[in-house]
Design a protein around this ligand. Structure first.
Ligand SMILES: Cc1ncc(COP(=O)(O)O)c(C=O)c1O
Length: 376
């Protein structure tokens, strides 16, 4: 079976985890601090707060901005449901913004229109608390445009960079643009800690609050233990962080391999009916997922194509989720097909192809040959 993805776990990763397990010191400690330092150095950020997963990271980022019941958070439509779920879990309401057809990322024109509409009404204006763009599949959203629009109203921006460690726009790292950035280390990401996540920020005030929120509300700077707000246990373990540290030494190598694999797919798909992901000037994606668009006429057969390819030993999948049309958001807010036309089309046509560090060009040729047989 050519799998959709395989994490790059090697002997040094296994040994690092074993060493922690034998040490008997398992929860957040020096290795978590060292992992945070490694990410700080990589991204050039002043504060990194490791947590148990990216859903926790997003949840805490919203809480750190005091997102409360009744508030509004503008969020891209096309993402894993965690991105919008955390808004609901704060009691706030997501205001969905459709994406661009070429990058699958929040469309700045739609954002500007939606934000202007909300801000021109005094009641909704005071409820708007944040903008939450996603760097979908490891391709950065148009952060220069999004930040410019946000700055018109002083609205904070939280980057959902779950899939985008190492991705850049104009040479600047994902997670270093907004007020906060949230990352995932789930096994489908370039590097993994099993489950795992973190938040980046340059604000010492937010960093202190985030550290308290992840650890039962304990003030990280108090001389003797003190609990200053109601917090969670969203800590990362020492063995996750040990794995993160060895994985970090491979990050550049893994990203280079994924970019090479993406270039091979782009060559194989050139001139076919399949639309490869956009490669925009100034953007260096990390291809957390390699997602192509099937021709419109073929999209209704996507589930059958995925099943057929599986029988032929190739694992593929849909892209990600049209969040407003999932049962929860559809029934709660009454969204219908047509409300977000670009997401409607992408959600129907997207297909994720296998991509991981050790995937060979011969494997990729096989994936494309068999897929094209299904498409024609
Ligand atoms: C865009 C996006 N945001 C958030 C998450 C949630 O990450 P985690 O699984 O680490 O909680 C994911 C997970 O795949 C994701 O793809």
């Amino acid at each position: 079976m050519i799998r959709l993805t395989i994490p790059s776990i090697e002997d040094d990763d296994v040994m690092a985890v074993q060493e922690v397990l034998r040490s008997g010191y398992l929860v957040q400690g020096p290795r978590v601090a060292a992992f945070e330092q490694a990410i700080m150095a990589y991204l050039g950020m002043s504060h990194v707060i490791a947590v148990s997963n990216c859903t926790a990271a997003l949840h805490l980022a919203l809480l750190a901005l005091d997102v409360r019941p009744g508030d509004l958070v503008l969020v891209a439509t096309y993402s894993f449901v965690a991105t919008a779920n955390v808004i609901e879990l704060c009691g706030a309401q997501p205001v969905f913004v459709d994406v661009r057809p070429d990058t699958f990322n929040m469309d700045p024109a739609q954002l500007a229109q939606t934000l202007e509409r909300l801000m021109s009404n005094a009641t909704t204006a005071q409820r708007v608390k944040a903008i939450l763009p996603v760097h979908t599949f490891g391709q950065m959203a148009d952060m220069p445009a999004i930040l410019e629009i946000a700055s018109r109203y002083g609205t904070p921006v939280i980057e959902d960079a779950a899939c985008a460690l190492g991705a850049t726009c104009l040479g600047k790292q994902a997670g270093s643009w907004g007020t906060m950035g949230c990352f995932s280390f789930h096994p489908r990401k370039a590097i993994t800690t099993g489950e795992g996540g973190l938040i980046t920020t340059d604000s010492p005030v937010l960093a202190r609050k985030l550290r308290a929120l992840r650890n039962h509300g304990q003030d990280p700077e108090a001389k003797s233990p003190d609990f200053v707000l109601p917090g969670f246990n969203y800590r990362m373990t020492e063995f996750q962080a040990a794995l993160g540290l060895t994985q970090m030494t491979k990050l550049d190598r893994i990203i280079a391999a994924r970019r090479q694999g993406a270039a091979v797919y782009a060559r194989l798909l050139h001139g076919t009916a399949l639309q490869p992901p956009a490669q925009l000037p100034g953007y260096d994606p990390v291809y957390q997922s390699y997602v192509v668009l099937l021709p419109e006429a073929v999209a209704p057969r996507r589930a059958e194509i995925i099943a057929q390819l599986r029988v032929q030993g190739i694992e593929t999948n849909i892209g990600t989720w049209h969040m407003p049309l999932t049962t929860y958001f559809r029934t709660r807010y009454g969204y219908r097909p047509g409300d977000f036309p670009v997401s409607d089309a992408i959600f129907a046509r997207a297909l994720t192809l296998p991509l991981y560090e050790t995937l060979t060009p011969a494997d990729q040729q096989k994936v494309v040959d068999l897929l094209l047989q299904q498409v024609h």
